[in-house]
Structure formats: structure tokens, C-alpha cells
Design a protein around this ligand. Structure first.
Ligand code: 5GP
Ligand code: ZN
Length: 112
């Protein structure tokens, strides 16, 4: 299967990695919605969250909380969004499950 996020997750394609463990690679989004916008990529392929193993889904949510919190101390974010687009009609464009972590700032114009 030709899946770009599989290739990024297993390191075949270089990426701006901010965190990695045995289950996930976390990268900076190519077109960030805000400074520090990250994508949590599970290393095992799933099309979207409906195919994600429950153990991995739980770990992904816990990781999203940690990363979001880290942007509040490291980048000065005052909040963050955690979301997964599921299906084309919901805005999913890459069909390898990923969780967005989007830091938010009091100055909403802060993109990069
Ligand atoms: P979706 O719309 O599927 O929820 O999110 C896909 C996200 O992946 C988009 O925010 C897009 O900017 C990002 N993206 C797509 N291709 C690449 C890539 O090759 N590298 C990185 N770092 N981000 C990507
Ligand atoms: Zn994949």
C-alpha cells in the first residue's frame, strides 16, 4: 500500500519529528493552522479513528493531552484543539489516521 503517513511514521520519508516512541511519531504539520500545530501518527496503519485499536486510541489521546500541555509551557499557548477528521466529508485528506494538536493563543493571528 502506498501510504505517505506510513512512510513518514516509519522514517522512510524524513519529517520534522517532535516526538517518537514505539507506537507513534509526532510531526509538525506542513500547513500549520497555528504555531506548533502537530500531527500524532500511529505507526501501525489505520484508515481513520474507527479502525484504530482501542489501546492505541487511548494512548493517542493521552499523548495529545501531554503535547498540548507542553505547548502551553514551551510556546505560550493558552489552549489547544485535539481533533481527528474522519471521512472526506469531514475534511480528511490523508487516509492514515492522525490526531491534530493545534495550540491556540490569545493573539488569534499567531500562525507561525
Ligand atoms: P486531514 O485534513 O487529513 O485531517 O489532515 C491532513 C494534514 O496533514 C493537513 O493538515 C496537511 O497540512 C498535513 N500534511 C499533508 N501531507 C503532509 C506531509 O507530507 N507532511 C506533513 N508534515 N504534513 C502533511
Ligand atoms: Zn498508512
Amino acid at each position: 500500500m502506498d501510504c505517505i503517513f506510513c512512510k513518514i511514521a516509519d522514517g522512510q520519508i524524513p519529517s520534522n519529528t517532535v516526538f517518537e516512541d514505539e507506537n507513534f511519531r509526532v510531526i509538525l504539520d506542513l500547513s500549520p493552522a497555528s504555531k506548533g500545530h502537530m500531527l500524532i501518527l500511529p505507526k501501525s496503519h489505520a484508515r481513520d479513528i474507527t479502525e484504530l485499536n482501542e489501546d492505541i486510541a487511548g494512548k493517542a489521546l493521552a499523548l495529545a493531552a501531554k503535547l498540548g500541555k507542553a505547548t502551553m509551557t514551551a510556546l505560550g499557548a493558552t489552549g489547544f484543539n485535539t481533533l481527528a477528521n474522519t471521512g472526506e466529508s469531514a475534511g480528511q485528506t490523508v487516509f492514515h489516521c492522525h490526531i491534530h494538536v493545534i495550540p491556540r493563543y490569545d493573539d488569534a493571528s499567531r500562525i507561525v
